[in-house]
Design a protein around this ligand. Structure first.
Ligand code: ADP
Length: 474
């Protein structure tokens, strides 16, 4: 089966979060299962681009309104990712160092989607599946079916939309509708939600099937999806949840290239202690006390806004009992509040502001606990990485966290769960963490249980292939 993944991110080419991890791994494991998987993404100015060899595959021109935009498709030459990687180069729009957060993101991702359609329109064959990821690519199912230049060639190809995060929807005013290639205006309603063009809503309406990254999040979307609740309720028959896997070639304490001290479930105690000591030395923390880490975007969705109060509350109520180490970036006010605590709780607290892939791996390996108080967590990869590295997750019961973590108080449990993204709930969970940390037998039992859980991609790949087959047969 030939599957074309279209995405704004793909690890290790460009990653801002879980989307990058998934699009870097799913095609690789689909290829291992005997399918022909390709990834198409924007060509950003990244290290990966400059450190690898590419060949030109196609040159074309598109229009964004009246704006004529030449584009080039380049292909990574040596299949080093385990699948074919194609980058779309649009000079002046996509060739930037960052992935998102530019004022013209609407224009950038609209142009990207049109260029991908234009290129595929020149192909001599039909792929079996077009798999779009998140709102940056969610107008593609509409373009395939209702834009006059593409529909003859592309409308019969099944399209799948996977939602990695429904908070971000790609809204734009109707004054930008002229960016779209000429489309059947009778179908304009498909583009709209709440008086604006809403890319994600349009994708949900037009894709043949919609998936999201856990079953609990799929259910949650009907009552909490940033305004799209009625749409998800209405479209529920074509929606399903498929839990992400993790790429065990990248995330594995036995082989992780970012770690100096490797370990497995047998050597977990010594292995983790060595990694912890190194991490604590680097940030001047107390290696004899539990180390609780947070890794992620510092935004409300992740409940990062309550982190400063959690830290203050725990540090005052349980002084000298734990360390907190935080890695992330996001809301400048949260960053500022967290940085201010660096001096106040030196020796037991440190925040690193920024994105640091290597440090994140060291933290999963060296920490005792990983805190995720997320208000919204579609799947959450961090807790799965943590478990794989023998680090106990402390999570709010929501979305994928609820589907992957069993509380240590329940039969066969290995994590700590709480219900509300509130300081009191987290404080109590930290107290439980400190208590269990002192019970080395229980800690070891939980570590080994977690490290033996199978989070590999094979199961998810099977579920996606079944889904593809169900629409191909149709
Ligand atoms: P998101 O909602 O951000 O996509 P996920 O849990 O699905 O959340 O995935 C987060 C991914 O991004 C993980 O691989 C995590 O380690 C990584 N990550 C997030 N923030 C940082 C950071 N500041 N530095 C390094 N890695 C990060």
């Amino acid at each position: 089966m030939e599957i074309i993944h279209i995405s704004a991110e793909c690890y290790p080419v460009a990653k801002a979060g879980g989307l990058g991890d998934v699009v870097g791994a799913l095609p690789k494991y689909q290829a291992k299962a005997g399918h022909y998987a390709k990834v198409v993404m924007p060509m950003y100015e990244t290290k990966f681009l400059h450190n690898n060899e590419f060949i030109e595959d196609f040159k074309g021109t598109i229009y964004l309104g009246n704006w004529e935009l030449p584009y080039t498709i380049i292909k990574e030459k040596n299949n080093i990712l385990g699948f074919d990687l194609y980058l779309v180069d649009i000079k002046g729009l996509l060739d930037r160092t960052g992935i998102y957060n530019y004022d013209d993101d609407t224009e950038r991702f609209m142009a990207f989607q049109i260029a991908v359609m234009d290129w595929m329109n020149h192909w001599e064959h039909h792929p079996d599946i077009i798999h779009c990821h998140d709102h940056h690519t969610a107008l593609i199912p509409f373009m395939m079916q209702h834009c006059y230049s593409f529909k003859n060639k592309l409308e019969k190809i099944p399209s799948i939309l996977t939602i990695h995060n429904a908070q971000y929807q790609g809204w734009m005013g109707w004054n930008k509708s002229h960016y779209l290639p000429h489309y059947d205006t009778w179908k304009a309603g498909l583009l709209e939600w709440n008086n604006a063009i809403n890319s994600l809503a349009c994708g949900v309406k037009c894709a043949w099937r919609v998936t999201t990254v856990s079953q609990s999040y799929m259910q949650e979307l009907s009552w909490n999806s940033n305004g799209l609740e009625n749409l998800f309720t209405h479209e529920k028959d074509k929606c399903s949840g498929i839990l992400n896997g993790i790429d065990v070639e990248v995330w594995n304490p036995k082989t992780d290239t970012f770690l100096e001290h490797h370990y497995n479930a047998k050597s977990v105690v010594v292995g983790k202690q060595r990694n912890k000591e190194e991490l604590c030395k680097q940030f001047n923390l107390d290696a004899n006390k539990p180390l609780i880490v947070f890794i992620g975007r510092l935004v409300e969705e992740k409940a990062a806004d309550i982190l400063p109060n959690i830290i203050v509350s725990c540090m005052y109520a349980m002084p000298d009992s734990m360390n907190f180490l935080i890695l992330g970036s996001g809301d400048p006010h949260i960053e500022w509040q967290l940085k201010n605590l660096n001096n106040q709780f030196a020796n037991h607290y440190h925040v690193e502001i920024g994105y640091n892939e290597a440090l994140s791996h060291k933290m999963y390996a060296g920490a005792d606990f990983l805190l995720m108080p997320s208000r919204v967590e579609p799947c959450g990869l961090n807790q799965m990485y943590a478990m794989c590295y023998g680090t106990v997750p402390i999570v709010r019961s929501t979305g994928g966290l609820q589907d992957t973590v069993i509380d240590m108080g329940d039969e066969g449990g290995y994590g700590i769960r709480f219900n509300h993204a509130a300081v009191g709930d987290v404080h109590h969970s930290v107290y439980r963490a400190i208590t269990v940390f002192n019970d080395s037998k229980k800690m070891l039992e939980m570590c080994r249980t977690m490290m033996n859980i199978d989070h590999s991609w094979e199961k998810a790949v099977g579920n996606y292939i079944n889904l593809y087959n169900s629409v191909i047969e149709k």
